[in-house]
Ligand binder design. Structure first.
Ligand SMILES: Cc1ncc(COP(=O)(O)O)c(C=O)c1O
Length: 466
């Protein structure tokens, strides 16, 4: 099966390149009609679907266009902004503003992924727990998980949150998710109708923007700064526009790395209660601090069930296990369980058990302690290199990214085009901006590439910017 898929992938890429080469060598000119799918499939002796897939991707990358019932034609260069036209990854990104397009590019210096270098993750220990889990639960693959999540795992997490934050909760307030992104999606599906207003930080986590947009929400933004939010503005918005929900990532925020101060957290809960706005607190980076622990999560100030708390464990334990948890009050939980049941009928039990046994072991703490040091070193290396420029950023106390501004309104989208030629990727500001501007900003992740590559890649990036 794997072999066939690989073979198909290979053919599909070949067809894509075959057509693109002919266009680039001007064998096929602008507005020329391409061979029909049937013709090309016959000519190359391959499946028509493979040709169709390649044509669709070429269309997406603005290399060809389709005329209904007539066929496919070579796209003219004028329809693509000239500075983006020479790199398919960048042109696809410009059309869709989609982060996944950037991540798909294979580069030597990857500053676009807010992911931790696999060499810093506990892969080796996790494989021990895989074995342990099969010994303890030999029939584990023969059953589903409870939709809300494995009870043993929910008990362990409830115990952890109570001990750590002295909050009142039990296993019934916890929903286990396949990644926190699933949590954002479930909330959007459950609570947001088209034309509801959703408040967002600006900038924000791009997938969350896309999820709420896809739900038809009207998006309103408040700036996040190193000092948090302008709470007067937040109050004005809540009063005037009555947002259904405020999506926030207040601790080592993606993409800026900023942390909302403790004093604002309590006040936010008060405002949200007063104006009946749900707070969706996304806390994917809480444990990735360098020196000092961040303030307690906003949900710990909540006594009336206004805050829905999302905690991912994917980033620093295992992105592949896709384990995250949501904490919320019981009436919200009921609706979410119904939607989760329709979505996947519960997250994979095997993943939950592997996670549980690793999470409950002392190895986790040892791993995080080492990881914090390694990430801080990488952040400092990135900053050392950037100190040779006149670019601006605020040094974060945790998280995976620097949020950097180029001087004189220079465009980071143009810089991305140039940097791709040096095999460097990063995320241009507009991707993280609900208003799609912030064009002189970019997110540089220091967590994925190793120390040597960081130095080397940054030197090249700075050179490209010149
Ligand atoms: C703020 C934020 N929330 C959620 C996620 C998604 O995390 P998960 O892997 O748990 O779905 C990310 C990943 O980049 C993120 O940055």
């Amino acid at each position: 099966m794997g072999k066939i898929a690989k073979n198909e992938d290979f053919l599909f890429n070949q067809v894509y390149d075959y057509v693109l080469n002919r266009i680039e060598c001007k064998e096929w000119n602008e507005h020329d009609k391409l061979p029909s799918i049937r013709q090309l499939a016959l000519e190359l002796n391959i499946n028509r679907l493979t040709v169709l897939k390649a044509y669709q991707l070429l269309k997406k990358h603005n290399k060809i266009y389709v005329k209904d019932k007539v066929g496919y034609f070579v796209q003219s260069k004028e329809t693509v902004p000239p500075e983006y036209s020479d790199h398919s990854i960048v042109s696809a990104y410009v059309q869709k503003s989609s982060l996944s397009e950037i991540h798909q590019s294979q580069v030597d210096y990857n500053f676009s992924q807010a992911l931790i270098d696999p060499n810093l993750l506990p892969n080796h220990y996790l494989s021990d727990y895989v074995k342990k889990v099969f010994d303890l639960y030999p029939k584990i693959l023969a059953t589903y998980s409870n939709v809300q999540g494995d009870k043993e795992l929910r008990d362990a997490l409830a115990h952890y949150f109570i001990k750590r934050y002295k909050t009142v909760l039990d296993a019934d307030n916890l929903l286990i998710l396949s990644g926190s992104q699933q949590g954002i999606h479930l909330i959007a599906q459950t609570f947001i109708k088209p034309r509801d207003t959703v408040l967002f930080e600006r900038p924000s986590y791009s997938a969350a923007i896309d999820i709420f947009r896809a739900r038809g929400a009207k998006i309103l933004t408040v700036d996040i700064t190193p000092d948090g939010y302008d709470l007067d503005e937040v109050e004005q918005y809540m009063k005037r526009y009555k947002p259904r929900l405020f999506y926030l990532n207040p601790t080592f925020h993606n993409p800026t790395g900023y942390t909302v101060p403790a004093a604002q957290r309590k006040e936010l809960v008060r405002l949200a209660e007063q104006y009946r706005c749900l707070l969706l607190e996304d806390d994917a980076y809480h444990d990735i601090y360098f020196e000092k622990k961040p303030p307690a999560p906003i949900y710990t100030f909540d006594t009336s069930g206004t805050v829905i708390y999302l905690r991912s464990f994917c980033k620093y334990i295992s992105p592949g296990l896709r384990v995250a948890a949501m904490i919320c009050q019981s009436s919200i939980m009921k609706s979410l369980i119904s939607v989760k049941a329709l979505t996947d009928n519960g997250s994979p039990l095997l993943n939950q058990k592997i996670f549980l046994h690793y999470f409950s072991s002392p190895r986790l703490q040892q791993h995080i302690d080492k990881l914090r040091i390694a990430l801080q070193v990488r952040k400092e290396i990135m900053e050392e290199e950037l100190n040779h420029t006149n670019w601006q950023w605020n040094s974060p106390d945790g998280g995976l990214n620097l949020w950097v501004q180029l001087p004189n309104d220079q465009s980071t989208e143009v810089l991305l085009t140039k940097s791709m030629a040096y095999s460097i990727s990063f995320v241009p500001g507009p991707v993280c901006d609900p208003l799609k501007t912030l064009s002189s900003w970019m997110r540089l992740s220091y967590s994925y590439t190793n120390e040597n590559q960081l130095r080397e890649g940054l030197k090249k990036l700075i050179h490209a910017a010149k």
